[in-house]
Write a protein of this length. Structure first.
Length: 187
């Protein structure tokens, strides 16, 4: 079977320059260091590159969320941060902001802990899917209403370790999750 078509949203160089720009923005903003609160698991490649590209001190911590019943629009913490963020400068690091449910939930949850400041840095923003309004302070790339994989973003666990970000057909993936393996992994 022929490999299905895909669109490169950001190639490896594009990914690297977006991360470098975001790292420069954060380094400029937080002179005294920052807590990077990363959402498992999709944000791990981004977090890893971002934290090393920054020229300021950072503390990294992880959290995981899960969705309640599909369609209820509710999420809850599956794993909380280990550190106390009271009076700290905190940046929530996300792979993609889609409906905004995750970011909106985390914003409410962390605001109650009285951080000195709180902001959101996402690698990908898909504003067309927004259900909950969220203010995004730092955005790597804005995409139209397309499903994307790579650079942490997966489809059922696949494609996370790609160095690029690609737009693929979600219907094709639904019938064959490996449909893009050949096209995206063999250069
Ligand atoms: P939210 O809808 O903004 O809460 O985003 C929830 C999560 O859905 C993200 O953190 C991703 O893990 C996943 N997600 C949303 N859109 C995509 C996509 O285009 N590709 C892969 N994962 C996605």
């Amino acid at each position: 079977m022929n490999s299905p078509d895909y669109r490169v949203v950001l190639d490896q160089q594009g990914v690297e320059s977006s991360v470098a720009r975001l790292a420069a923005e954060l380094s400029e903003k937080y002179h005294d260091g920052v807590v990077l609160a990363a959402v498992l698991r999709g944000s791990v490649p981004f977090l890893s590159d971002l934290s090393r590209a920054m020229s300021i001190r950072s503390v990294v911590d992880f959290l995981a969320i899960t969705k309640y019943e599909r369609g209820t629009g509710r999420v809850r913490l599956l794993k909380d941060l280990d550190i106390d963020i009271t009076d700290r400068e905190v940046v929530i690091v996300e792979d993609i902001v889609d409906t905004g449910l995750t970011s909106g939930f985390l914003w409410g949850e962390f605001s109650r802990r009285s951080p000195r400041s709180l902001s959101i840095c996402t690698f990908v923003d898909r504003p067309s899917a927004r259900m909950v309004p969220v203010e995004l302070d730092h955005i790597g790339v804005e995409i139209p209403d397309e499903f994307v994989v790579g650079y942490g973003l997966d489809y059922r666990g696949r494609y996370r370790n790609l160095r690029m970000l690609a737009s693929v057909d979600a219907d094709i993936l639904a019938s064959d999750p490996d449909a893009y393996v050949e096209a995206l992994y063999v250069s």
